[in-house]
Design a protein. Structure first.
Ligand SMILES: *[C@@H]1O[C@H](CO)[C@@H](O)[C@H](O)[C@H]1NC(C)=O
Ligand SMILES: *[C@@H]1O[C@H](CO)[C@@H](O)[C@H](O)[C@H]1NC(C)=O
Ligand SMILES: *[C@@H]1O[C@H](CO)[C@@H](O)[C@H](O)[C@H]1NC(C)=O
Length: 272
């Protein structure tokens, strides 16, 4: 029996990658894991503010998707640029991935876009909604309620990425603008490093970030009874395969062959 789906291919990869990338993943991603199907009280007390309407010259907030994010981030980057183009990306979500608690930071971010419009040389702004783009959020190991900054240089120069969690209950647009005017990314943000770096990480470089994104997304989306089915199917397949191997290699290890027959050997082995 052969393992054929891409999700199964990701399993040995994950095991081979040792603990560290997964630890990195978990550290950034607590909110997202296990959030599907969970219920939490909604936080609808924050009135939505239509910041885009409030100011004529508001910056357009680009919406990042699995298909367009890279092209979007690189669009303003001149091929000969030596100064990075800065993007501020809000990772947000709705009822599924943010329990409906991201409205306040979303409002603050929308207002920030309006305020950025009047600042010279202010960053580009974009948002990533993990309810709509679960695979991309998984591929980046991005959790909701976080602010990511991309300092994009023309490829192949590496892109520095910083992130920080936003306090979902208290963050206002002033807080975000203050972070910008203070400009101390090294102090206020964490540098994104390692396997899950969306552009320079090993997973992205080898084209594995998106398959893994699907893998983790499926892991979240599959109900636990489905997971049990898969596990039982997998272990059955592996047992069959192992038995095929011991049976199909007569000359391999003469001394070991009888000992390899398990207790309660299947009918096929009864003749030996
Ligand atoms: C989110 O949940 C709240 C409360 O359960 C509900 O009123 C609202 O319609 C939901 N929003 C979406 C987009 O499903
Ligand atoms: C923020 O702006 C985006 C688009 O510019 C809009 O889709 C979203 O509903 C706004 N969110 C809030 C909370 O105002
Ligand atoms: C958010 O800020 C409030 C008030 O400062 C604080 O009580 C709360 O613990 C903060 N939440 C998080 C997740 O840091």
């Amino acid at each position: 029996m052969r393992f054929s789906t891409s999700a199964l291919l990701a399993l040995p990869l994950l095991a081979a990658a040792a603990e560290s990338p997964f630890e990195q993943y978990k550290a950034k991603f607590q909110n997202f894991l296990g959030s599907f199907g969970a219920t939490a009280p909604s936080a609808d007390k924050v009135p939505p503010v239509d910041a885009a309407k409030a100011k004529v010259g508001s910056k357009k907030i680009e919406t990042l998707t699995l298909q367009n994010w890279k092209e979007t981030l690189y669009r303003p980057v001149h091929p000969d640029a030596t100064q990075p183009e800065e993007w501020w990306v809000l990772v947000t979500g709705g009822n599924k991935t943010c329990f409906g608690h991201c409205l306040k930071v979303e409002t603050a971010f929308n207002e920030t876009a309006a305020k950025f419009a009047v600042l010279p040389k202010s960053p580009h702004v974009a948002s990533l909604n993990c309810d709509d783009q679960p695979v991309l959020c998984n591929a980046w190991s991005a959790s909701t309620g976080a602010l990511w900054i991309f300092d994009v240089l023309p490829e192949p120069a590496p892109t520095d990425i910083y992130w920080r969690r936003l306090n979902l209950t208290t963050t206002t647009s002033k807080d975000i603008v203050d972070l910008y005017t203070k400009g101390d990314k090294k102090e206020d943000f964490k540098l994104v490093e390692g396997y899950f770096h969306p552009i320079n990480g090993q997973l992205a470089q080898y084209g594995l970030a998106v398959p893994l994104g699907y893998f983790f997304w499926a892991l979240n989306a599959i109900p636990s009874w489905g997971m049990m089915l898969i596990v039982s199917f997998l272990s059955r397949s592996m047992m069959n395969r192992r038995m095929d191997n011991t049976r199909g290699a007569p000359g391999a290890a003469p001394g070991a062959a009888p000992a390899a027959a398990p207790r309660g050997a299947p009918p096929g082995d009864a003749r030996s």
